[in-house]
Design a protein around this ligand. Structure first.
Ligand code: TXA
Ligand code: MG
Length: 348
C-alpha cells in the first residue's frame, strides 16, 4: 500500500491493521516509528524481522494517555509522575519495572519496559483507535539513519510494511531522551529530544549518565549506529570548513552552523542551522545525513555541535555514525573524557 497521507480514514485503517497484528509506520514528533500491537508477541516479532534488529534490543511502548503507564508498569513512583506531568506528551522515554502483561519479546527479556507518550496528533490518534499500546522502534533498518520523513521510511523499508502514514517531516528530528528510573538514582540511557539539563531542573538533581561497562540494563546498546553508508569524519565546532581534503576524493560537509569562511572543494554541503540554533539543527540532522549519503561521496566531514542541550543529542548521533568507520582508517577527534559524552550506544 505504500505511503498514505495521514487522514482520519487512513489512521482508522492503520489502527485496524495494528489490531490485526500487522505493521504500520507512523510519524511522531521525534522520528518515524515502525509500530505493532505491543501486547501481541507475533506482531512484535515481525518488527524485529523487518528491521533485522537483534532480539536482545528492547522496544519502546507508545501510549496515548499517561494513565496507561499503571497498566504496563509497577512501582511508578513520584519521580516518574513528575517527569510525565512535565514532559508528556513529548520526546521523553521512561524505563520502569514492567508488569507481566508486557510480552518478553518487547523488553528483550528484561524486567523493565520503556514507555513514552509521543507529542504528535497522528501517533496519538493511531494508538487511541487501535485501543492497544504500540511497540515501535525507529522505522529504519537496524543500524542505519533514523527516518524523519515518510519517504525515508519508504526508501528503507518500502513494501515490507503494510502501511506508511505520512504526517510530514518530524518536528524534533532526534529520538526521545531515555531515562531509567528503576534504580536508586535516575540514569540517562540516551540523550535526545528533551535536553538532560531540563530533566535535571525538574528533578532538582543531576542525572547520572549510564556508562559502558555498567550492568547491562539495555543489552542492545552498541557504540556504533545511526550510520550512513558513507564514512564520516568528525570535526570540532568551527573546524570543519578547514579540513584538508584528500586528493581526488568527493568530500561532503555537514555544518552545524553557517561557516564564517568561503568553502572550497566540497562536493556537497549541508548547513543544519544558519544561526547555529540547536533545535533547528536537530530537526534537520537526519534528513541532511540522508541527502549526503545519497550524494555519491567518499567521505562526509561532520562538524560537532556545542556540547549542551540538544547539541548533546546531535553529537551522540554523529559520534555513533562516525565510530563504525574508525577502523577503516578515517580519523575522528577523540571525545573529551567528559561524562556526558560517553552515553551508551543506541543501535536501532
Ligand atoms: O523517539 C523515539 O524514541 C523513537 C520514536 C519512534 O518513538 N523510537 C526509538 O526507538 O528511537 P528505538 O528502538 O530506535 O530505540 C529505543 C532504545 C533502544 O536503544 C533500546 O535499547 C532502548 O530504547 N530500550 C528499550 N527498552 C529498554 C529497557 N527496558 N531498558 C533500557 N533500554 C531500553
Ligand atoms: Mg532507532
Amino acid at each position: 500500500m505504500g505511503v498514505v497521507k495521514a487522514t482520519p480514514e487512513a489512521i482508522a485503517r492503520a489502527a485496524e491493521l495494528i489490531r490485526r497484528g500487522k505493521l504500520v509506520a507512523f510519524p511522531t514528533e521525534t522520528v518515524y516509528g515502525l509500530g505493532a500491537d505491543a501486547l501481541n508477541p507475533e506482531a512484535v516479532a515481525r518488527i524485529f524481522e523487518v528491521k533485522r534488529r537483534p532480539r536482545f534490543d528492547p522496544l519502546i511502548v507508545h501510549i496515548a494517555d499517561p494513565r496507561e503507564v499503571e497498566g504496563l508498569c509497577e512501582r511508578v513512583g513520584e519521580r516518574a509522575r513528575l517527569l510525565m506531568e512535565k514532559f508528556w506528551p513529548g520526546p521523553l522515554t521512561l524505563v520502569l519495572p514492567k508488569r507481566r502483561k508486557v510480552p518478553e519479546i518487547v523488553t528483550a527479556g528484561l524486567p523493565t519496559v520503556a514507555v513514552r507518550m509521543p507529542d504528535h496528533p497522528v501517533a496519538l490518534e493511531l494508538i487511541r483507535r487501535a485501543q492497544t499500546p504500540i511497540a515501535a522502534p525507529s522505522a529504519n533498518p537496524f543500524g542505519y539513519l533514523s527516518p524523519t520523513t515518510a519517504e525515508h521510511v519508504y526508501e528503507q523499508l518500502g513494501e515490507q510494511i503494510e502501511l506508511i502514514l505520512d504526517g510530514g517531516p518530524c518536528r524534533v528530528g532526534v529520538e526521545s531522551t531515555i531515562v531509567d528510573l528503576t534504580g536508586e538514582e535516575p540514569e540517562l540511557l540516551r540523550a535526545g529530544g528533551v535536553p538532560v539539563e531540563e530533566l535535571e531542573r525538574v528533578l532538582g538533581r543531576e542525572i547520572r549518565v549510564s556508562r559502558e561497562g555498567d550492568r547491562p540494563r539495555s543489552p542492545g546498546q552498541l557504540p556504533k549506529h545511526y550510520s550512513p553508508r558513507t564514512p564520516i569524519q568528525l570535526a570540532e565546532p568551527g573546524q570543519a570548513a578547514h579540513t584538508q581534503l584528500p586528493e581526488g576524493k568527493r568530500v561532503g560537509l555537514l555544518l552545524f552552523r553557517a561557516p564564517g569562511v568561503a568553502l572550497e572543494g566540497f562536493a556537497h554541503v549541508e548547513v543544519l542551522s544558519e544561526r547555529g540554533e540547536p533545535r533547528e539543527a536537530a530537526a534537520n540532522l537526519f534528513a541532511a545525513l540522508h541527502r549526503l549519503d545519497r550524494a555519491g561521496l567518499d567521505l562526509i566531514v561532520a562538524e560537532l555541535a556545542p556540547e549542551e542541550g540538544l547539541g548533546l543529542a546531535i553529537n551522540e548521533r554523529l559520534r555513533k555514525a562516525a565510530s563504525s568507520f574508525k577502523r577503516a582508517g578515517f580519523g575522528t577527534p577523540s571525545a573529551r573524557a567528559d561524562d556526558k559524552r560517553k552515553i551508551r550506544g543506541d543501535p536501532g
